[in-house]
Design a protein around this ligand. Structure first.
Ligand code: CAA
Length: 257
């Protein structure tokens, strides 16, 4: 397995991953997925981790999908295993305990869109293109798109995108709630760097608790989810962070988290 398909930069707990296959528009093959899973497994237990950004190398593409050349000859069993590898890896990404940001710098198609959907944030350049074009290839989204897309944008728009295979621009992606922000391409890097710093500068325990409450609560009925929020709210008062945050407010100074 190549060790060069995912570049990792670690800046004091603000981690940036770059999928590095620009000649194939960063398409996800088995090697990329295996390396991504390996990197994520290393990150998930790190107490100093504050935020993670994931992007694709080059100026043209975030990720243009699963690797079509690799998938072309697969049997149903091999296809199931390939997609299972991606589902497991994206689950790891989704459940990373800190905020994750997809920095979408171009094509964000098929498995690329599904990768962005497994992140908490998606920030796109104004020339980014999104879509689930699998039906144009005779398949359906296999890396979680049929499930995470309707949860993000609603079933009507998910059916539209998954059954037409049409591509949408960044502004439509913003309008339907697929992405959080759209930026001119020249400003995208600086914006995401500032965003990561902002996320990393907030109370790390409370940021993790907010993510956990939203993610875990979404899969529960409202009463159970509110009980979860209540438990996590109380948990925030068990550490030093709440005392520092509230003392800083009262003392009219910045908190030191
Ligand atoms: N898999 C493998 N290789 C890919 C790829 C993919 N998904 N997307 C692009 N590439 C490769 C191309 O084959 C090409 O390689 P060569 O130079 O060796 O020919 C290289 O990247 C550059 O691509 P293009 O020449 O096609 O670039 P373009 O600017 O003309 O078009 C594009 C860009 C519109 C994104 C086009 O490449 C494209 O349509 N790509 C496929 C998009 C797609 O269908 N994605 C979904 C894949 S299926 C999936 O993801 C299923 C799932 O859920 C698991």
């Amino acid at each position: 397995m190549s060790e060069k398909l995912i570049d990792v930069i670690d800046n004091a707990g603000l981690v940036r991953l770059t999928i590095n296959r620009p000649k194939a528009l960063n398409a996800l093959n088995s090697d990329v997925l295996a390396e991504l899973e390996h990197v994520l497994a290393d990150l998930e237990g790190r107490a100093d981790l504050r935020a993670m950004v994931i992007t694709g190398a080059g100026e043209k593409s975030f990720v243009a999908g699963a690797d079509i050349a690799e998938m072309r000859e697969k049997t149903p069993e091999q296809a199931r295993d390939f997609a299972r590898q991606a589902l497991d890896t994206f689950k790891r990404l989704e459940t990373l305990p800190v905020p994750t940001v997809a920095l979408v710098n171009g094509f964000c198609l098929g498995g690329g869109c599904e990768l962005a959907l497994a992140c908490d944030w998606a920030v796109a350049s104004d020339n980014a293109i999104f879509g689930q074009p699998e039906v144009l290839l005779g398949v359906i989204p296999g890396f979680g798109g049929t499930q995470r897309l309707p949860r993000r944008v609603g079933p009507a728009m998910a059916i539209d995108l998954c059954t037409t295979g049409r591509k949408i621009d960044a502004n439509e992606a913003l309008r339907i709630g697929l992405v959080n922000r759209v930026m001119p391409q020249a400003e995208l890097e600086d914006y995401v760097e500032e965003l990561a710093k902002q996320l990393g500068g907030n109370g790390p325990q409370s940021v993790r608790a907010a993510k956990q409450a939203i993610h875990d609560g979404m899969d529960q009925d409202l009463d159970s989810a509110l009980a979860l929020e209540n438990a996590l709210f109380a948990f925030c008062f068990a550490g030093e962070e709440q005392s520092e945050g509230m003392s800083a407010f009262v003392e009219k100074r910045k908190p030191n988290f």
